[in-house]
Design a protein around this ligand. Structure first.
Ligand SMILES: Cc1ncc(COP(=O)(O)O)c(C=O)c1O
Length: 422
C-alpha cells in the first residue's frame, strides 16, 4: 500500500504533469479554445505542488516522524538586529502611521538609485525609474496586468518560479514556456525564445541568479537577450531576487548594466527578502524604463497603498553605508552549510549543479525515479524534506532542490541521513 505522504505527492504530480503537457506547446493549445472560455481564469491556474509538499510534511509529523525540512527557501536566521532596532524606533513615529507615499518614499528611492550606481554601475533616475514594492512577488505578479490582454502571451522559463505563468493567466494571457537545460548551464536558448515569440508576445520573464538552479547570466547573455527583445518588441523582466546571494568570489551582475534605460523596455525586480533575512517584512523594488515603471505603478495604485513607511526607513538604512557589512553577515553561513552537504551528495555519485548563487543545492535525481517519487521516498524513508524539481515545471523533473535555509544542525542531520541512505 502506498503510504499517505507518497500518495499525496504522487496524486499532485500527476495533476501537474497533465497540466503542463497541455500547456507547454502553444501550437497544440489555441489561446481561445472553447474549453478555456468556459473556465474562470482562476480555474486555469496550475496545481501548486508546494501545498502538497506541506500536506505530506504535516502528515509525516503527525505520525511522529522527526522531519528535517530542507525544502523551503525561507531564511532560518533573524533579520540583523540593527535593522530590527530601526524598525522599532520608526514604528513609534506617528508620522509613519499614515498612508505611505504610493510609489515609495522619495528618500528611499534616492538611496536605491545611489545603491544601483555604487553597487551595479547603473545610472537611475529615482523619480521616474524606481518603484517600491510589497515584495518582488507582488511586482512580478502585477506586471502582466500592465501589458497583457486576452489573447496575448508571455514567454516564461520552464523550469521557473511559478508566479510568471500564473500572473499571466490571471491577466488573461497565455504563458508560453521555453526550456532551461543542464547542457546550456540552465540558460535559455535565445533562438528557441525567438521562435516562440509572435506579434501577441508582450513580456519575456527571466530569473538570474536562478531559483532553483543557482545559475547566473553574464554580460554577453544579457546583451544578446536585450537585442532579441528589441527585435521582438518584448518587455524584458528580470527577477533578481537572488542577485546579492552569491557564492564567494562571484560578482553579482544586474541585467540593467547592459541596457539603455532610456530606450530599452526593461524592468528588474530586486528584493530585500533574501538579502537581509526579511521575507516576512515585505519590501522590494523595481528599477527600469520609466514607462514600464509608470505602468506598473498605475496598476498598483489601483490595488494597494504602498509599503509601511517605517519598513521603508529600514530599507533606506540597509541599502546605505551599512549594506556590505550587513549582507556579508547574512550570506556567510550558506557557504559553510553547502560544504556540509555537497561533498556527501558527490560521494554518493550524484550530480550537483555547480551553482554560483542562491542558497540552493540543485541535484540530479539518481537512477530512473521521477523527482516526486524520489522526494516522496526521502520523506518516507529518511524523514527528509527536499523539493522535487517538478514543482518548478516539467523542465525541473529529474532534479531536486535542497535549501540551505535551515539551521546548521538540520543541514548536518540532513547530510547524515542522506549519507546513510541505501
Ligand atoms: C525567484 C524568486 N523570485 C521572487 C521571489 C519573491 O520574493 P519576495 O516577494 O519575498 O521579494 C522568490 C521567493 O522565494 C523567488 O524565489
Amino acid at each position: 500500500m502506498i503510504p499517505p505522504a507518497c500518495a499525496i505527492l504522487t496524486r499532485e504530480s500527476q495533476r501537474i504533469r497533465g497540466f503542463f503537457s497541455c500547456r507547454s506547446n502553444p501550437v497544440r493549445r489555441p489561446v481561445t479554445s472553447e474549453r478555456d472560455e468556459s473556465l474562470r481564469r482562476l480555474d486555469k491556474l496550475p496545481p501548486y505542488l508546494f501545498s502538497a509538499i506541506d500536506a505530506a510534511k504535516a502528515e509525516a509529523r503527525s505520525r511522529g516522524v522527526a522531519v528535517v525540512d530542507l525544502g523551503v527557501g525561507d531564511p532560518d536566521r533573524p533579520t540583523p538586529p540593527e535593522l530590527v532596532e530601526i524598525l522599532s524606533r520608526a514604528a513609534a513615529n506617528p508620522r509613519f502611521h499614515r498612508y505611505p507615499a504610493q510609489r515609495g518614499d522619495a528618500q528611499l528611492k534616492r538611496t536605491i538609485a545611489e545603491w544601483m550606481g555604487r553597487r551595479h554601475g547603473v545610472t537611475v533616475d529615482p523619480t521616474r525609474q524606481v518603484l517600491v514594492l510589497i515584495g518582488s512577488k507582488e511586482g512580478l505578479g502585477h506586471l502582466p496586468l500592465t501589458c497583457v490582454t486576452e489573447g496575448d502571451n508571455t514567454l516564461v522559463p520552464d523550469l521557473g518560479y511559478p508566479v510568471y505563468g500564473q500572473a499571466t493567466i490571471l491577466a488573461g494571457g497565455d504563458p508560453r514556456t521555453f526550456a532551461l537545460k543542464r547542457e546550456n548551464g540552465f540558460l535559455p536558448r535565445l533562438d528557441e525564445i525567438g521562435s516562440l515569440a509572435d506579434e501577441r508576445s508582450r513580456l519575456l520573464f527571466l530569473n538570474y541568479p536562478n531559483n532553483p538552479t543557482g545559475a547566473v547570466a553574464d554580460a554577453a547573455f544579457w546583451k544578446q537577450t536585450l537585442q532579441l527583445c528589441r527585435e521582438k518588441k518584448l518587455v524584458l523582466a528580470n527577477d533578481a531576487a537572488y542577485l546579492e546571494v552569491v557564492r564567494p568570489g562571484v560578482t553579482p551582475g544586474s541585467m540593467l548594466r547592459q541596457a539603455d534605460l532610456e530606450s530599452d523596455r526593461v524592468i528588474e525586480f530586486h528584493s530585500l527578502s533574501k538579502m537581509f533575512n526579511m521575507t516576512g517584512w515585505r519590501i522590494a523594488f523595481a528599477v527600469g524604463h520609466a514607462d514600464v515603471i509608470d505602468d506598473l505603478a498605475r496598476v498598483k495604485e489601483s490595488i494597494d497603498s504602498g509599503v509601511f513607511t517605517a519598513v521603508q526607513a529600514v530599507a533606506e538604512h540597509a541599502l546605505g553605508d551599512a549594506f556590505e557589512s550587513l549582507l556579508e553577515g547574512v550570506i556567510a553561513p550558506y557557504e559553510a552549510r553547502r560544504e556540509m552537504i555537497v561533498p556527501v551528495l558527490e560521494k554518493k555519485g550524484w550530480e550537483v549543479f555547480p551553482s554560483q548563487a542562491t542558497f540552493y543545492v540543485w541535484t540530479r535525481v539518481p537512477g530512473n525515479e521521477s523527482s516526486v517519487e524520489f522526494c516522496a521516498r526521502a520523506l518516507k524513508e529518511l524523514g527528509l524534506v527536499v523539493t522535487p524539481g517538478l514543482g518548478f515545471g516539467t523542465g525541473g523533473d529529474g532534479w531536486f532542490r535542497i535549501s540551505l535555509t535551515a539551521s546548521d544542525e538540520d543541514v548536518l542531520e540532513g547530510a547524515r541521513r542522506l549519507e546513510a541512505w541505501k
